[in-house]
Write a protein that binds this ligand. Sequence first.
Ligand code: ADP
Ligand code: MG
Length: 258
Amino acid sequence: MKTLNINEGAFIEEIPLLQVEHLEKSFGEHKVLMDVDFKTYKGDVVCIIGSSGSGKSTLLRCMNMLERPSGGCIYHKGQSINGKPSQVAQYRAKVGMVFQQFNLFNNLTVLENCMLGPKRVLKKSRQEAKDLSIKYLDKVGMLPYINAKPHQLSGGQKQRVAIARALAMEPEILLFDEPTSALDPEMVGEVLDVMRKLANEGLTMIIVTHEMAFARDVSSRTVFMDKGIIVEDESPRILFTEPKNERTKEFLSRFLIA
Ligand code: ADP
Ligand code: MG
């Protein structure tokens, strides 16, 4: 439980921005997520680590309803969102997602890629959508490339555009699924730098990553997943130095963390 001190000595419970409760997901007979409980509060930066196939992407995809959970509940600011399609659409507009493979539209320019969501989903005018896009392209250092097409950009630049595109929707929470896994090593740093800056500005983020040093240094909480369950959900200081669970220890022993 997280509490807010509203007055000297008087505490109220803070409502999580996003909460999943007893979340389950199966593909046919294959149970991929089992009884997952998870809370994120405003300003949290949560890193999710774990082996390939442990269910990290499925958990993120359920969190933004790209994937329909087989059981359990998702709450946005205390309100269940297992309801009507219009409610799901409203919720999804508040939860941004950045993918490993960028998912940019190759036939559109950088600027057009960013303007699409604000225009189509948020019903912004052309000018408003352009202003928002420029603001966030500037934030990720991609303003000089607004008229470029994705094929003219490096992987790191594409991912920074994808982050700007997600930010242009002004989401309450931004989910990242291995944002640096498809990049050449020399481009990982520029993307992590942008993410670090967003974290410092207070953006709420949930990040699936194999960048252990980033998770240790930037996250407010680190979650270790294995075989469809959350094994450990801890401050990075504890998780990386004195993990409580044997499975966490074994997983971390495979990484040399600088
Ligand atoms: P991670 O992101 O941790 O590598 P995933 O969430 O992608 O793990 O996958 C967890 C398990 O769910 C894997 O065994 C994977 O094959 C399975 N899975 C994921 N998506 C689907 C799908 N759409 N259909 C069937 N099985 C899936
Ligand atoms: Mg994955």
